[in-house]
Design a protein around this ligand. Structure first.
Ligand code: SF4
Length: 327
């Protein structure tokens, strides 16, 4: 059995708009190993969510997958029909979202939603499904589960709702979990608890995860490797510790410089990333970061850079990497 669970090859996605075709994802390729947590970091419009939703066939109908292949455990997914994907969603790939309120149905009890998810994929009795549902609620750290099974999503706290959504996502033991900014709406204490819980569940079940975030500190807490995206491209990828300690790409460096550190004094000013966030309707040619990059040269406006290896499993796409490394 291959160590690679997910293999994305040359994925390109565009979105028709009244202003023309927006190239949201521009030929990204990456692999995620079994049991690994891969972070995808980027600001809005970077293509991080669009590329991940494509894996689950959850893109809006008007989005166009122009090219690419997505292999899960060796099976190509992009060319499967929606009916075929029903068997994959929940059972082989699952997803947790930023806002559990928009995913949990307020007219059904939590117990009903969990047991229905199990019964849709497993040939077991309702009683067995209810027992499994309670075990899963326990596993995500919830207490008084008999009562919780009969409650509605609007009756519990935000942190509990996020745990319920994780329970629903994991109750059929998916091979791959896609977590889309799952802690952004939570306060820092609950955020920390949810990140620890996801890490623990991933380690216990050797579950592979794609963790989408705009926050490097959150990625550093949970991810093994990260892909930094900008303008629909992967700009840098590597083990989280290497990328954090030795960011190679000017965009990654700019994100890290804009973040407060543990030793930042209240008087110290952070360095914002210059310029405006990318407008995908007017995607710059060449390296999409060039309008904001102080190192940009003529070639940056004309050609997207080739891959430069920084160290084992750590690489980046920038025309000036070798030059700046020598300085
Ligand atoms: Fe800056 Fe050029 Fe590197 Fe892009 S390729 S990050 S514009 S130096």
């Amino acid at each position: 059995m291959s160590d690679v669970l997910l293999n994305v090859q040359d994925l390109r996605i565009s979105i028709p708009t009244t202003h023309g075709l927006v190239h949201a994802v521009n030929g990204i390729s990456y692999e995620v190993m079994r049991g690994e947590i891969m972070g995808i970091i980027g600001e809005s419009g970077s293509g991080k969510s669009v590329s991940s939703y494509a894996v689950m066939h959850l893109l809006p109908e008007n989005f166009i997958v122009e090219s690419g292949k997505v292999f899960l455990d060796g099976e190509e997914l992009l060319h499967k029909s929606n009916a075929e994907m029903q068997a994959y969603r929940g059972k082989k790939i699952s997803m947790i979202f930023q806002d559990p309120l928009s995913c949990l149905d307020p007219v059904y009890t939590i117990g009903y939603q969990l047991t229905e998810t199990i019964l849709a994929h497993e040939n077991i009795s309702k009683k067995e499904a209810q027992t499994r549902a309670k075990e899963m609620l326990h596993a995500v750290g919830l207490r008084d589960v008999d009562r919780l099974m009969n409650q509605y999503s609007f009756e519990i706290s935000g942190g509990m709702r996020q745990r319920v959504m994780i329970a629903i996502a994991l109750v059929c033991s998916p091979k791959l979990l896609i977590a889309d900014e799952p802690t952004t709406a939570l306060d820092v204490t609950i955020q920390d608890q949810i990140l620890r819980l996801l890490r623990k569940l991933s380690e216990e079940n050797r579950m592979t995860m794609i963790f989408i975030t705009h926050n490097f500190n959150v990625a550093a807490q949970i991810c093994d490797r990260v892909s930094v995206m900008y303008g629909g491209h992967i700009m840098e990828q590597g083990p989280i510790a290497d990328v954090f300690a030795n960011p190679a790409h000017p965009y990654t460096q700019a994100i890290l410089n804009a973040m407060p550190k543990m030793n930042t004094s209240p008087e110290e000013r952070l360095t914002p990333i210059p310029g405006e966030p990318i407008n995908p309707v007017h995607m710059p040619a060449g390296c999409p970061f060039h309008p904001r990059c102080s190192l940009a040269r003529k070639i940056c406006k004309e050609e997207f850079p080739a891959e430069t290896i920084i160290s084992d499993k750590h690489f980046a796409y920038c025309h000036r990497l070798e030059e700046t490394a020598d300085e």
